[in-house]
Design a binder for this molecule. Sequence first.
Ligand code: SAM
Length: 387
Amino acid sequence: MNTPPQFEIFLVAPPGLEAVLAEEARDKGFADPAVLPGGVAIIGGWPEVWRANLELRGAGKVLVRLGGFMAFHLAQLDKRSRKFPWAEILRPDVPVRVEASCARSKIYHAGAAIQRIETAIREELGAPISAQAEICIKARIIDNEVTFSVDTSGELLHKRGHKEAVGKAPMRETLASMFLRQCGFDGAEPLIDPMCGSGTFVIEAAEIAAGLHPGRSRHFAFEALASFDPAAWEAMRAGGGAAACAPGAMACAPGAMACAPGAMFRGADRDAGAVRMSRANAARAGIDTITAFDCHSFADLTPPEGPPGLIIVNPPYGGRIGNKKLLYGLHAAFGQVLAARFGGWRVGMVTGEPSLAKATGLPFAPPGPPIPHGGLKVQLFRTGALK
Ligand SMILES: C[S@@+](CC[C@H](N)C(=O)[O-])C[C@H]1O[C@@H](n2cnc3c(N)ncnc32)[C@H](O)[C@@H]1O
């Protein structure tokens, strides 16, 4: 019997969060994740590729390294690209496109490299080339070594397929999930986002508690690759999470379908449109029975009955929405509400402006590294349990 092929799988992470993604990969049973700049490398075969796309909350994309060769000029790139075993990866009936980058190499013109590789694929395999193709081959030419990868995700993985409605400055689901992980959230404690916008943190938290796979509802590029096995994929996807837990239990173990007697995962926003959006997004994600969204200002926020948990929040900040000066007062008032009413709760605040975190007066530990998000950099500020 042939051994199934194994290759390097690269899980893309925002710079600064590679180690957090590696921890998630380890927790989800991927062996020996290696932290690299911009992501995490693991070794596996196609089933691991599918599972990484299906299960990892923090990865932005899953790339597969296909191999490569040395090329010192374009004619050599053309010849060797023609001999590359494209038929093992690509289908002749599925459109494809190529992206390239060059560094420290005799071939320095990415456009010319793309043209050679695309021509080789079209003429040798017969696959149509299209700028709109979902399937993308990435060629990196560094020190005259050409390495091909294929993007197995397609659309970025923060698109879980449940969120149609988004607000002015939504947090990416991938980033939200990694910030939750950094706050020590594992689904077994209540959570509140008092400025929830489109509900990203609350919905991610509820899905984690319910043991639902983030990719359960969406399509992936790997479904159109030569290696795809629809029956094996369906079996993998159907096997995901969501076992029942004891009725009346306050919290469910991670991996069990949450069935707490009230909503453990709550969002609020003073904007009625945001609350409507959050409810609709939660319903599409199928976690509306364990979430609740209310329309009010944080000034009216009170802790629910039961044990304390995590307050996670991404308040408005100057660079993107709102006026920075007005925001200092808002942050100070927010900090006072939490300090006065939320003893025992931990706080995680994501902001692009450290001075706004300081304005809350909350006892934040030194923040995490700046993470690129929507053209800005954001940082996670965390407290321990408030007194
Ligand atoms: C940066 S957005 C949050 C985005 C959210 N994390 C998401 O993924 O969609 C900030 C939110 O704070 C809300 N907000 C601003 N001032 C507020 C207040 N005083 N009370 C409650 N919500 C407020 C805004 O309506 C906005 O939806």
